[in-house]
Design a protein around this ligand. Sequence first.
Ligand SMILES: C[S@@+](CC[C@H](N)C(=O)[O-])C[C@H]1O[C@@H](n2cnc3c(N)ncnc32)[C@H](O)[C@@H]1O
Length: 267
Amino acid sequence: MKDDAYHDINDLYLSMVSPEEVSAKDIHDPVMSDWIVNTLPDQASILDAGCGMGFHMVALHHGLPAKQSGKRYRVFGADYSESMLSSARANGVRAGIPTEAYRQSAFADLKHIESWSARFDCVLINYAIYSYPDSVLDYDTYFRECLAGISHVLRPGGYLLFNVRDWTSVVAGPKDHDYTNTHDGVAYHCRYTWEFGQDGHHKAHVTMRKCASDLKRETTLRFAERTPKELMALMTGHGYELVSIQAHGTGMLKFDTVIARLRSVQA
Ligand SMILES: C[S@@+](CC[C@H](N)C(=O)[O-])C[C@H]1O[C@@H](n2cnc3c(N)ncnc32)[C@H](O)[C@@H]1O
């Protein structure tokens, strides 16, 4: 994948992930997590699109143990970054998820996977749809193309869950934003330096480091400032109806979670 911002990041992505997420007892978005256990039946099939290192897949495979619902889910994952996907596959295989459950695919290219046609009860996109690759010229066109891929794999009546940043909070926050996450006694550090554009297109220059080692990578992520309602307006024309929009988190880490239902697949 030519403009994969996560290429060669590998385990440095642990700088962005808390030990709780790695322990795979729950997914990181509490709105999604509550909705999944309260709404989806046991054995529902879920695609984690943009699965990253796949910790949420493992949590779902085990039925979100933190929720103690007794349900289990059939999980699948896709990501266009081969380096993220190979970490996800390795983590999944250790947890008993078959390697065939993972596919390297951009959201838009999901439409080419025939064996996944109308396959899933639910598709979730966690922390991945509000950013876009360098080559994209128009975010709304990109979003519609992603949606077409997702609609191909979602069964009619199935649900799409995704989260978007609360841009008012991000733009009002500090331009430099740091996280440190410690895994197995090793600290990983991540620094975001934001560059806010006037036109609602923003960039973050991100440096990830494994502390006490030379391992370091820099990447630039691009973001489109869109509200959930603006995205819902694009989705309505593609056969989706709104179920709910609900906020979670605070400050720079405030997000809105959108839950939508695919009434019918539109050409
Ligand atoms: C911030 S990470 C989130 C990973 C994971 N969902 C999580 O919550 O930990 C974004 C992930 O989405 C993937 N991604 C972004 N845009 C994508 C697209 N258009 N198609 C497929 N994967 C995409 C990236 O490669 C990366 O692994």
